[in-house]
Design a protein around this ligand. Structure first.
Ligand SMILES: Cc1cc2nc3c(=O)[nH]c(=O)nc-3n(C[C@H](O)[C@H](O)[C@H](O)COP(=O)(O)O)c2cc1C
Length: 402
C-alpha cells in the first residue's frame, strides 16, 4: 500500500495562505498532496508556493494539457483518497451545493465520490447569510464534512464567525478520515496523562518528570481509531488534540475525582499518568519563608486511583503503565495482578531514549495470562497505536462487539 493521496483545493479568500501550512503539514506526515487552485486563489497566493511544498505541479486550468492528463477533472478525482477544500469561499460553497462545474476545482468536486471536507472562511455577514447557510446545509445533508469556522477578528475588520478553523484541527480531521480501521467507533476511552502536582505551599509543589507525551499520543490514537476520548492530564506543556474532551487537573485527588466521574461509561481506561504516591499533610497557606533550621515535610499516602479502578471494574478494559527504575518486569507483574489490570505497559525510565520527556519509547507489554511482549524502540505515536491494536485484540474488548 503506497502513501495516502489527498487533493487540496484552494479558493480565493484571504485565508488562502493558510493552505500552504496545511500542505506542508500533510506532506510531513508522508501524505502525497496534489493541489488544485481556482484562478482567484492564485491572486492571493502563488501556485509556486504549493508546487514547492507539495513537490508536484499545481492544477489550475481544466483545459491545460501541460500536466499530461487528458481529462484532468476525472483523473484527479479518481486518484485521491480524500479531497479537502481550504479555504472554501462563499462562491465555491454555492457552486458545490448547486452542482456547478465551471472551473477545474468545482468540476473535480462533482466527479469526486469519496470523503470531501470543506473549511469555509469569509466575512461574518457572508457567513451568516441565509444563502450561504442553506448551501452548507445542503452539503452537510449529502455527507460533506464542513469544518466550521472559528470566531475572531477577521481580515475585513469585523469580529465574529468566519475565521478559518485552525490548521491543526483541519490536519487532525484529514488524519481521522484517512485512518482505518475504526475499531473503537462507539467506544468511550479515558486516558490519563502527565504528572500530578502536590502543593507544598501556594508557590511550590512536589512533581515528577512525566511530560505527558505518551498519554497525549494515546488520546490522539484512540480518537483516530474512532473513540470518544476523555483526556485527564496533570500540568503539561502540550496542546490537547482538539477533538477530545480535555480535563486539566493538578493533584492526584483531583485526578481521581475526574476519572471516577467518567469510569462507569468508559469502555477502556488507560492510565498513563504518573500520579504522586504521596502528598504533603499540611501544605502552607502562605509561602513558607526561609529559616535557619531545616524544613521537614510530612507526607501522607495519596489515593491509589488504579487500584480503586481495578476494584470497581465491571465491563471496562483497564490498562496501566509501570514506570520503573529497577526490576522492571517483576514490579510490573506485581502491579498487573494487584490492581486487576487487563494489560500493563512497562517502561524503564532510566533509559535516555525511552520513558520521560522523549519522543520515543521501548516497552514490554505484560498480560494477565503471564504472556510478555517486548516491543522495539518506536515513536510514542506508533506505540500508542500498537497499544490500542493489542487492546482491540483482547477477548475482554471483543466482548463489546458480541
Ligand atoms: C481582498 C479580498 C478578500 C476576499 N476574501 C474572501 C474570503 O475570505 N472568503 C470568501 O468567501 N470570499 C472572499 N473574497 C471574494 C472571493 O474572492 C470571490 O467571491 C471570488 O469570486 C471567489 O472565487 P473562487 O471561489 O473561484 O476562488 C475576497 C475578495 C477579495 C478581493
Amino acid at each position: 500500500m503506497g502513501p495516502k493521496k489527498v487533493l487540496v483545493g484552494v479558493t480565493g479568500g484571504i485565508a488562502a495562505y493558510k493552505a500552504a501550512d496545511l500542505v506542508s503539514r500533510l506532506v510531513k506526515q508522508g501524505i502525497q498532496v496534489q493541489v488544485i487552485m481556482t484562478e482567484n486563489a492564485a491572486r492571493f497566493i502563488s501556485p509556486l508556493t504549493f508546487e514547492a511544498l507539495s513537490g508536484r505541479p499545481v492544477w489550475l486550468d481544466e483545459f491545460s494539457t501541460a500536466g499530461g492528463l487528458s481529462v484532468p477533472h476525472v483523473q484527479l478525482a479518481g486518484e485521491a483518497d480524500l479531497f479537502v477544500i481550504v479555504p472554501a469561499t462563499a462562491n465555491t460553497v454555492a457552486k458545490l451545493a448547486w452542482g456547478m462545474a465551471d472551473n477545474l476545482l468545482s468540476a473535480v468536486a462533482l466527479v469526486y465520490n469519496k470523503t470531501l471536507l470543506i473549511a469555509p472562511a469569509m466575512n461574518t455577514n457572508m457567513y451568516h447569510h441565509p444563502a450561504l447557510q442553506e448551501n452548507l446545509k445542503i452539503l452537510k445533508s449529502r455527507g460533506v464534512c464542513v469544518i466550521e469556522p472559528d470566531s475572531g477578528r477577521l481580515a475585513c475588520g469585523a469580529t465574529g464567525p468566519g475565521k478559518l478553523a485552525p490548521v491543526e484541527e483541519i490536519v487532525a480531521l484529514v488524519q481521522w478520515h484517512l485512518f482505518q480501521p475504526k475499531k473503537l467507533l462507539g467506544k468511550k476511552v479515558v486516558v490519563t496523562a502527565g504528572g500530578t502536582r502536590e502543593n507544598i505551599d501556594p508557590v511550590r509543589y512536589i512533581g515528577n518528570r512525566s511530560s505527558g507525551k505518551m498519554g497525549f499520543a494515546l488520546a490522539q490514537a484512540a480518537w483516530l481509531r474512532g473513540a470518544e476520548v476523555v483526556l485527564i492530564a496533570g500540568p503539561v506543556g502540550l496542546t490537547p488534540p482538539s477533538q477530545v474532551a480535555f480535563y486539566p487537573v493538578e493533584s492526584a485527588r483531583e485526578m481521581r475525582e475526574v476519572v471516577l466521574q467518567h469510569y462507569d461509561e468508559a469502555h477502556i481506561v488507560v492510565k498513563a499518568a504518573a500520579v504522586a504516591d504521596y502528598r504533603v499533610v499540611d501544605p502552607g497557606t502562605q509561602k513558607i519563608k526561609k529559616r535557619e533550621q531545616d524544613l521537614e515535610l510530612v507526607l501522607t499516602k495519596n489515593p491509589d486511583i488504579l487500584r480503586e479502578l481495578g476494584e470497581k471494574k465491571r465491563h471496562q478494559v483497564l490498562v496501566g503503565f509501570a514506570a520503573e527504575t529497577e526490576e522492571l518486569l517483576d514490579n510490573a507483574q506485581e502491579k498487573l495482578v494487584k490492581k486487576n489490570l487487563d494489560l500493563i505497559v512497562a517502561n524503564d525510565v532510566t533509559r535516555q531514549d525511552a520513558g520521560f520527556n522523549v519522543d520515543t519509547n521501548e516497552v514490554t507489554l505484560l498480560f494477565p495470562d503471564g504472556r510478555q511482549e517486548l516491543l522495539p524502540l518506536m515513536s510514542k505515536e506508533a506505540l500508542a497505536h500498537r497499544i490500542f491494536e493489542v487492546i482491540e485484540s483482547l477477548p475482554r474488548f471483543q466482548r463489546f462487539n458480541d
